[in-house]
Design a protein around this ligand. Structure first.
Ligand SMILES: Cc1ncc(COP(=O)(O)O)c(C=O)c1O
Length: 557
């Protein structure tokens, strides 16, 4: 079994920007660039004519742009200089809100319906439609993937015609939509409508995100207004050549987009099985809602596997968007680590059991007895969470050495243990220990059919058993100080557990509260859940997520 951590620099799947992520178009491998004309300014008209001829629209009905983004930018420029309002439903592609901020033009963003928080609010759009406005519809929408029904889109276009409103339809992802064929408008249909401009791009299905080529098409009178706003040489000679070759080979697209659509169904089904609310998507991506901790965990664990996903989405704080890759298996395997843990291993002290009134007091009393100096609980906490001590005996000795103590470790242990376990005349501080994990969480994880539990602790076996007795819990495995030759941060104890598991069957998680725990977990290839207030320190040590207390784990299971 190989549970080595992949090199985080090794980005295998970039699934955060909806590009063609992991599958170069076949034609591109043989693409040729002719440099003989590069010393001249580019001429986009030839490719514009080819596209128009192939789509059976007049040659004035199409304008090539520097990526779809330039088309959006021109819409805002147009709105600003002509004092025309843009009517934009939310949630929307970030470039619309970004441009609104930059241009400070008249934008009316239509908020979602509280009952359908991710769907375009058509009723409100209709209500707010006015003459001279431009209504923006993105279909499939980004970031949700919503594909507005054909009849609804037609209804909006007709209402807009009646009100002398224009409609800007962003079809950046249209190639990935799989409605029945008569459910798509052709370029000719759009041109004939008279009040519509459509944005398309070579960045997504065509696989040319780096070349920056898109186009606007629509009634020539409308396209001409945009043409006046476009820089004359907005698409480079090399990009024009690449786009021409992509267009020429467009028959290759269908097999690719069908494959992505099949993967989209599979990913949607898998995430839904994991209890995620996945929005039905017709784009090359899926969007689902999580909670803040699960979102962090997803982002971190996938990133470690070389998979980037989008977790920063405007106005959707709990949403995650993942571009659907061509090779789905590595993503599904990485998701299983999070959604199908097969093993939960817990550190004991500070995670399951509060030892502030037992071990910490033993340290304070032992140090005092051997040096007459009183150490503060905060100093102990700081030292312990920073890591580097095998156990509290070593930590006590280190504190004593700072105070010029010359004695042996065994003396420290003997005194410490007397305080901890007690003597004939005095109760041990062990009695002061309190449990931190709720019985309901123990019940939840114990009842889980496939999940095995473990405690991996620096305590000696006898004291680990005392702790478990206090918790009234018997996990499947206990790895104590007596079972390993190296303590954490060495991964020995955790590796003993994972060698019994099957890496294909989901994740191994370690829940600990110290830097040593996180380092051990990281070295053993576990998903690392930190517990405690010092989030930054634990994240730096390798935690994938840090919870305030162990009981928050429930939100991840
Ligand atoms: C909805 C939408 N429109 C337009 C674009 C612009 O794409 P590009 O500028 O790469 O053509 C994007 C890119 O992510 C998008 O999501």
């Amino acid at each position: 079994m190989n549970r080595q951590n992949p090199n985080p620099q090794q980005l295998r799947f970039k699934l955060d920007f909806n590009e063609r992520s992991d599958h170069e178009p076949a034609w591109l491998t043989e693409a040729a660039i002719n440099t003989s004309d590069v010393w001249r300014y580019p001429d986009r008209s030839q490719l514009e004519e080819t596209l128009c001829a192939d789509m059976h629209i007049p040659k004035e009905a199409l304008l090539l742009t520097n990526g779809g983004d330039e088309g959006i930018d021109m819409l805002f420029k147009y709105s600003t200089i002509s004092h025309i309002q843009l009517l934009i439903p939310q949630p929307c592609f970030s470039q619309y809100s970004h441009n609104a901020e930059i241009w400070q033009n008249d934008c009316h963003f239509i908020s979602v319906d509280a009952n359908q928080p991710l769907a375009i609010n058509q009723a409100k759009l209709t209500k707010n439609m006015k003459a001279r406005q431009w209504l923006v519809i993105t279909r499939p929408n980004n970031p949700t993937g919503e594909f507005m029904a054909q009849s609804d889109l037609m209804g909006l276009i007709i209402k807009a015609q009646k009100k002398q409103t224009r409609v800007f339809i962003d079809e950046a992802y249209i190639e990935f939509a799989e409605p029945e064929h008569d459910n798509l408008f052709s370029a000719r249909d759009y041109v004939a409508m008279g009040n519509v401009v459509v944005l398309r791009t070579f960045s997504k299905a065509f696989g040319l995100a780096g070349a920056r080529v898109g186009y606007l098409l629509g009634a020539p009178t409308l396209i001409n207004r945009f043409r006046r706003l476009a820089p004359p040489f907005n698409v480079s000679t090399t990009s024009l050549q690449l786009a021409a070759q992509a267009w020429h080979n467009r028959a290759q697209l269908l097999a690719y987009t069908r494959h992505i659509a099949a993967n989209r169904r599979c990913l949607t089904e898998r995430l839904s099985r994991y209890g995620m609310k996945v929005f039905p998507s017709q784009g090359n991506f899926v969007l689902f809602n999580t909670n803040t901790v699960l979102k962090t965990l997803l982002f971190q664990v996938l990133k470690r596997q070389g998979i980037l996903i989008k977790t920063a989405l405007n106005d959707l704080p709990d949403a995650v968007r993942i571009t659907v890759p061509f090779q789905l298996e590595p993503l599904l395997t990485a998701l299983a680590e999070i959604f199908e843990p097969q093993r939960l291993a817990f550190d004991m002290d500070g995670v399951l059991i509060d030892t502030t009134d037992s071990y910490d007091q033993c340290i304070i009393k032992t140090v005092y007895q051997l040096s007459q100096v009183t150490v503060q609980q905060q100093d102990i906490k700081t030292l312990r969470s920073a890591g580097g001590y095998n156990n509290d005996w070593d930590l006590t000795l280190a504190l004593l050495r700072e105070r010029d103590y010359q004695g042996e470790l065994q003396e420290v242990i003997d005194i410490f243990q007397r305080f901890y376990l007690g003597t004939e005349t005095q109760a041990g501080l062990i009695e002061q220990e309190r449990t931190l994990i709720l019985t309901s969480l123990i019940k939840l994880i114990s009842q889980h059919k496939t999940l095995k539990t473990a405690v991996v602790t620096g305590r000696p076996r006898s004291e680990a058993q005392l702790g478990l007795k206090k918790l009234n819990w018997q996990p499947h495995d206990v790895i104590s100080a007596d079972d390993v030759s190296q303590q954490k941060p060495d991964p020995e104890g955790l590796l003993k557990l994972s060698h019994q598991g099957d890496s294909q069957k989901g994740g191994f998680w370690f829940i600990g509260d110290t830097v040593d725990d996180m380092q051990a977990g990281r070295a053993a290839g576990y998903v690392c859940v930190g517990i405690g207030a010092d989030k930054h320190l634990l994240m730096q040590a390798g935690a994938d997520v840090v919870l305030d207390n162990v009981n928050q784990l429930e939100s991840l299971l």
